[in-house]
Write a protein that binds this ligand. Sequence first.
Ligand code: AP5
Length: 209
Amino acid sequence: MLGPPGAGKGTQAARLAERLGVPRIATGDMLRMEVNSSTDLGKRAERYMRRGVLVPDEIIIEMVKRRVSQEDCQGGFILDGFPRNIRQAEALEDLGTVDIVLYLEVEEGEVVERLSGRRSCSNCQAVYHVRFSPPMMGGKCDRCGGDLYQREDDREKVVRQRFQTYRESTQPLVDYYETKSVLEKVSGDGTIEQISQNLLKVLQSRGLL
Ligand code: AP5
């Protein structure tokens, strides 16, 4: 899944993963778990994440390599938040074939509203929105009952930096994957359900469903 911060990559990747019966590998979630557990990796990563810049490639590539070598990934997986630059994309080529890159296109103004209302589960990482996808019981996760919190990097100043990082480092992947004929652009505007349906149609048209 490719797209700017708040495009809905995590929301849609979670739905697709469930539908396809494959794991979703979200580097942002993995890093936040390391930060919460105060591991050495987490302490290193936090310095970059709280500023809205990329965590160094060697850390990320190693983390993804370890994850995709696990048993549950052998039948395929959905990557959410990786690769984030050309170097990571090249590293991914050593790990397997990229069947499809789903690029969620959203206007920056829309995304700022999404990020400011986002709430995440501190236990299972499920994602909600105070207006667009509210939990049934305020402040608690529908799935596991965990406490919901607002991500530190969803503060306005950090969001601006995340966008800049996206434009500089990640946006070039659109051309990179277009050249390889695996890129599919899907509008990220509309309801969560509509976008899911559009993504499924694209997968079907490519014979992946
Ligand atoms: P990461 O966690 O990957 O953040 P991101 O890419 O900025 O993406 P987000 O999680 O903010 O957004 P999303 O597109 O998943 O949207 P979501 O579905 O939540 O990375 C965080 C940090 O970790 C990075 O800044 C970096 O430091 C580091 N990092 C991670 N990966 C790295 C890598 N590979 N290399 C180096 N560093 C890395 O939706 C957002 C909100 O909108 C939610 O509230 C949701 O409910 C709502 N919403 C979703 N869809 C809709 C819709 N259609 N209509 C209305 N609301 C919607």
